[in-house]
Design a protein around this ligand. Structure first.
Ligand code: TUI
Length: 316
């Protein structure tokens, strides 16, 4: 490998082994096509969006880039089943999955020739996914934004890399060429990055969201919702500090009583952040690496800077 092409670039037909995280409400056709046009793998996030909207986004991206792009399927979403079929109908070349085990869809996707790349928070799930026919796995450390597992990137990636033969992509806490070089040292052959692409000029989140990311420092993220079983990392605000109190309260009282209140507070909170920049009721999902992200740049420039930094450090 010369620092650029490798197993993963060959698998996906991309120039650089960089995947853009499929971020619900955020990763749509404009961002995904900008990343794919820049030589990375752009990804449209299904989230819980209506299927007709997603079909439109996939078709728009096909117009905006001649290069491959993928779709992320968030398995907790009520639309997961329909989206699983949509990616087959639209002949999407590769998909990533998150927030669950995609086992029940694997056969249909493999039969359709779709390359499946599940996010795995553990070695056990990585092995199961390899057995089910995954083309690669994304070992995502707890440094990530949004829904997170427990293990860190630096611990998880080498263990997954030792456990499977398929390509391993590192995610969580990576936003520059140093992080990417470190991921290679840990045994990954590519990276997935979400937070740094929140700062892309083509990323359509509210300006308030971008400002929070580029002004964040190292200690500005917080995890909420551990007591629900679906912990989420976001930027610290008055609202998310309040949400974090539920975790402490749940230890001292019956979690059931506070679950309903928590759900009422958080329903729609990502949309309120992304579309409205609502600091009072929005959840601004972000990875712990936000402190490293300092400016708004076109996706092409983000990727080229990262590859330049990478090449200054490693030649494999
Ligand atoms: O999925 C993500 N990040 C997300 S999804 C999301 S929307 C959401 N909002 C509130 C609660 C839950 C989701 C926001 N951010 N990242 C990929 C990811 N997947 N992280 C962790 C996992 C994961 C967890 C458990 C993958 C598989 C898994 O399997 C458990 C099992 O069934 O074996």
């Amino acid at each position: 490998m010369n620092g650029e092409t490798n197993l993963l670039t060959e698998l996906l037909g991309i120039k650089y082994p960089i995947l853009q995280g499929g971020m619900a409400w955020i990763s749509e056709s404009t961002l995904a096509s900008a990343v794919s046009n820049a030589g990375g793998a752009g990804i449209i996030a299904g989230g819980s969006a209506p299927i007709d909207y997603l079909r439109g986004e996939i078709r728009k991206a096909k117009e905006l880039t001649p290069n491959p792009f993928g779709v992320n399927i968030m398995l907790l979403s009520p639309n997961a089943e329909d989206l699983a079929q949509l990616v087959i109908d639209e002949k999407v070349p590769f998909i990533t999955t998150g927030a669950g085990n995609p086992g029940k869809y694997m056969e249909a996707w493999n039969n359709a020739g779709i390359k499946v790349i599940p996010v795995v928070p553990s070695v056990a799930l990585a092995k199961r996914m390899e057995r089910s026919g995954a083309a690669a796995v994304i070992a995502e450390g707890t440094e990530s934004g949004g829904h997170i597992g427990e293990n860190t990137t630096v611990c998880l990636v080498p263990q997954v890399a030792d456990a499977v033969k398929i390509p391993v992509i590192a995610a969580g806490g990576i936003a520059d060429g140093r992080g990417m070089a470190a991921a290679f040292m840990l045994g990954a052959c590519g990276v997935q990055m979400g937070t740094v692409f929140l700062s892309a000029a083509e990323c359509a989140v509210h300006q308030t969201y971008k400002d929070l990311v580029v002004n964040a420092k190292d200690t500005d993220c917080i995890v909420t919702g551990r007591f629900t079983g679906h912990p989420c990392r976001s930027i610290k605000t008055k609202f998310t500090r309040h949400l974090a109190e539920f975790d402490n309260d749940a230890q001292n009282s019956s979690p059931g009583s506070s679950l309903k209140e928590f759900e009422e507070l958080t329903v729609g909170s990502l949309r309120k952040a992304v579309q409205d920049g609502n600091l009072e009721e929005g959840t601004f999902l972000s990875g712990n690496i936000a402190g490293l992200v300092k400016e708004i740049l076109p996706a092409k420039e983000i990727i080229e800077r990262i590859i330049k930094q990478l090449q200054e450090r490693i030649r494999l």
